[in-house]
Design a protein around this ligand. Structure first.
Ligand SMILES: Cc1cc2nc3c(=O)[nH]c(=O)nc-3n(C[C@H](O)[C@H](O)[C@H](O)COP(=O)(O)OP(=O)(O)OC[C@H]3O[C@@H](n4cnc5c(N)ncnc54)[C@H](O)[C@@H]3O)c2cc1C
Length: 438
């Protein structure tokens, strides 16, 4: 292909391998790729033109917002990457209703920074460089998750470019089936260009950092989960479990969605007793400091991983032992725990395409190269025996079995029916699941 065959509307918005910008645009956070071109739309019309061009040229299409997807499918080799980073507007539409319009190309750090002066926050994830589009089409397990719920639970409308080039605004009244799928399974529906999201009235939070030695029999993890099962919803936690020799260490961040220090301390104190305390530190911070602009960086394939996850209705002693053993065994993985109960479980299982509304804990397992997926599968197996379903955004291997863990039973059937209706040729789902879906 030559620049002369490119549509006029995309003049100056197409980056070919010969372009000096290509090096910083070709890859994702987890994978180095070599696409034929990266298109940088600056408007919804540009997205429509880029999509039509990519379809007409018969090249594979990758859709990218922030480039942080763990599967690396927001780039490809030899195809067209539609990079939406130019669609990054963040605008408060209605302060009283806390309604915010967010372009998919914004990073969550930019969203948090833009909303902070208005005293508003949207719970997204833990990393500021993650893009709006990938996260808000699948879930959004953030620092305020037990209080706020998932990011998708607050999406009030979405603007989508469908496979045939039509631009649709969908909400509870308009194209409700599409709206259902966008919230949890949006990646196979089309290209979302913007969301309207209801933010929460919150600027500052209290943050506790704890480092605990993990009991080898799992009681640290069961006590953590027991406390979270009845703790005030304002408390959300994320923990990393790492090995230090044969000892597992839990590095826990507890975020209290509010600034009442007395209440926050009472919510956090029981966590200090879950394992032998090695260190602690509690401080007030703007929410925007947690999802920080200091996280922003170009994605150059710098962090390849093999990652998988599963959801637990409760942390049984068996599950706690299996997770602890995955860290302390001869081939330790990095394990993470997120509290996902509270407000997440207020939503009916069939209200959105994220069906896992009876889970309390999200468990994530990761190994880094040169260790590979086969090794992760071996380590994960005993943990996976306790999990029910999985979250699409913490999985690096997308295949038909993974799809059914993300979208179990009737949810998966409904997702596939909607994907097939709006994308009969499967351009979006084949980019995600190249081996096909049954
Ligand atoms: C360091 C790190 C920390 C993370 N922390 C969290 C966390 O705390 N909580 C959490 O919930 N998740 C977290 N994630 C997972 C994150 O939600 C996903 O990786 C998400 O897909 C990233 O969004 P993105 O826009 O940056 O991804 P991209 O790589 O741009 O996109 C990923 C996929 O999403 C689809 N997609 C992207 N944009 C659009 C769009 N506009 N329309 C339709 N489909 C689209 C495409 O299929 C694409 O392949 C983390 C990931 C990393 C790497």
């Amino acid at each position: 292909m030559t620049p002369s065959t490119l549509p006029k509307e995309l003049d100056g918005k197409v980056v070919l391998p010969s372009d000096p910008r290509y090096r910083r645009l070709r890859s994702t956070y987890t994978k180095v790729s070599r696409p034929a071109m990266v298109v940088l739309p600056q408007s919804v019309t540009d997205v429509v033109v880029a999509l039509r061009y990519a379809r007409d040229s018969g090249l594979p299409i990758a859709v990218r917002s922030g480039g942080h997807g763990l599967s690396g499918r927001s780039s490809n080799d030899g195809g067209v990457v539609i990079d939406l980073s130019g669609l990054n507007e963040v605008r408060v539409l209605d302060r009283r209703a806390r309604l915010v319009r967010v372009g998919v190309g914004a990073r969550w750090a930019e969203v948090a920074a833009a909303l902070s002066p208005a005293g508003l926050s949207i719970s997204s994830g833990d990393h500021g460089n993650v893009g709006v589009g990938g996260l808000a089409t699948a879930g959004g397990v953030g620092w305020l998750v037990r209080d706020y719920g998932l990011t998708i639970d607050h999406v009030r409308a979405a603007e989508v470019v469908l496979a045939d080039g039509r631009v649709v605004r969908t909400d509870a009244e308009h194209e409700p089936e599409l709206f259902w799928a966008v919230r949890g399974a949006g990646a196979g529906v089309g290209i979302v260009t913007a969301f309207e999201i209801e933010a929460t009235e919150l600027r500052d939070v209290l943050v506790a950092q704890l480092t605990l030695a993990v009991d080898p029999h799992g009681s640290t993890l069961t006590r953590w989960a027991e406390h979270l099962a009845q703790a005030p919803r304002r408390l959300s936690t994320a923990a990393m479990i790492m090995s230090s020799g044969r000892q597992a260490i839990l590095s826990l961040t507890a975020v209290y969605a509010g600034t009442d220090a007395g209440r926050a301390r009472r919510a956090v104190m029981p966590l200090l007793k879950t394992g032998a305390l090695l260190d602690q530190n509690i401080q007030r911070a703007p929410y925007a400091a947690l999802v920080s602009t200091a996280h922003l960086h170009p994605n150059l394939g710098q962090q390849p991983t093999s990652t998988t996850n599963g959801l637990l209705p409760t942390m049984t002693p068996g599950a706690a032992q299996a997770i602890t053993a995955a860290v302390t065994g001869p081939r330790p993985a990095l394990m993470q725990l997120r509290s996902v109960g509270g407000a997440v479980n207020d939503v009916a299982a069939d209200a959105t395409a994220y069906a896992h509304r009876n889970s309390a804990v999200l468990v994530i397992g990761t190994v880094f190269p040169p260790r590979d997926r086969t090794e992760l599968d071996d380590i994960w197996r005993p943990v996976g025996a306790y999990t029910r379903g999985a979250y699409a955004n913490f999985e690096s291997r997308l295949d038909a079995a993974a799809f059914r863990r993300f979208y179990p039973g009737p949810t998966g059937d409904r997702v596939l029916a909607i994907w097939r209706r709006h994308d009969p040729d499967g351009i979006f789902r084949s980019a995600l699941y190249p081996a096909g879906l049954s």
